[in-house]
Write a protein that binds this ligand. Structure first.
Ligand SMILES: [Fe+2]
Ligand SMILES: [Fe+2]
Length: 179
């Protein structure tokens, strides 16, 4: 089951990555430069999550089809932020908690770790999107500082690069800045 959950998580994160990259183009076109930067930063975090899940699938012998789970729609930036919030909320409240419990039960420590890294990150993504939604609802771009993404676990935060990643302990030089 954990193997299938890793495949599903890889699919979900891959789709999230691609959706957010496209949402960034739309935001740019609509003049929301900071929202576009936020989408690009979070897309990068989802790429890292997908890669972390992918590497846990090293024992998979044959190719397997990964579904994305996420609903897909095309809209303006306000709608796209809403889709982002819905996706993150599903991952926070349902998907990752269930995957983590299952992986713990099956003593799949590596999978527990990548699922927990993703869960902790998605909570930050949701907060950042909620902030963006508030601004865009009023017709404004969001006011965000530099966004930092940990290259190891995907953790995403606004502001200065921390000395150490609060989630995985990676050092300062493992962060990528979106400014
Ligand atoms: Fe996310
Ligand atoms: Fe990290």
């Amino acid at each position: 089951m954990t193997q299938q959950n890793l495949v599903n998580a890889f699919g979900g994160e891959s789709m999230a990555h691609m959706r957010y990259r496209h949402f960034a183009y739309t935001a740019e076109r609509e003049g929301f430069t900071n929202v576009a930067r936020l989408f690009r930063a979070i897309a990068h975090a989802e790429f890292i999550h997908a890669g972390d899940h992918y590497r846990e699938l090293k024992h998979l012998e044959e190719g397997i089809v990964a579904n994305s789970m996420g609903a897909f729609a095309i809209g303006d930036t306000l709608k796209n932020i809403g889709l982002g919030i819905a996706g993150e909320t599903f991952e926070i409240n349902e998907m990752y908690p269930v995957y983590i419990q299952t992986a713990k039960f099956q003593k799949e420590d590596g999978a527990v770790r990548t699922f927990e890294w993703a869960l902790n990150t998605e909570k930050q993504h949701k907060k950042l999107y909620e902030k963006a939604e508030e601004a865009v609802k009023e017709g404004n771009d969001v006011n965000v500082d530099s966004i930092q993404v940990c290259e190891v676990c995907g953790y995403t935060l606004e502001g200065e690069i921390p000395e150490e990643c609060p989630i995985c302990g990676a050092k300062k030089d493992k962060f990528t800045s979106f400014e």
